[in-house]
Design a protein around this ligand. Sequence first.
Ligand code: IMP
Ligand code: MG
Length: 169
Amino acid sequence: MHVLFPRDQIEERVEEMAAEITRDFRGESVLLIGVLKGAAIFLADLARAIELDATFDFIGVASYNGTLTTGEVRVTKDLDQSVRERNVILVEDILDTGLTLSYLKKLLAAHEPRVLKIAALLDKPSRRQLPITADYVGFTVGDEFLVGYGLDLGEQYRNLPDICVLPKI
Ligand code: IMP
Ligand code: MG
């Protein structure tokens, strides 16, 4: 497998993203919400690099019919805490078609957070089906299937420390 972003480069970029969040929310607290399971590793590193009062929670989503093409997303694990009046940052591994985050953004916005931002480690703008952008982006990538650092193929490869390109078969 070809390494696209080695671990050192990921670490450096995650620290830069955390510094940006720390600046933007200085003096305030943030609630990081990780989208299971892909964002777990990114969230763990991001949270430790943010120099603010930070709490975190996780939300689980699945798409109906196995694919996201219908845009119908279903919550499989709900939040444990309220987002009302909180500074919420939705943390996702990759922003692809945008269906998942568009759904989650709408869902969370209905519960009236004070601020609602999106942090995506990776962004694949060429695949977007809905007009959504992340407020904090680690790396912009092309239309390649990536694994590692939380990203999976059929639940495999999430634990690879580097982000790799899966060779096309
Ligand atoms: P979206 O709703 O299409 O934006 O879906 C985003 C989700 O698709 C991510 O959270 C990933 O789980 C998955 N995904 C999209 N692209 C990739 C990839 O290159 N590798 C692994 N998972 C991906
Ligand atoms: Mg995911």
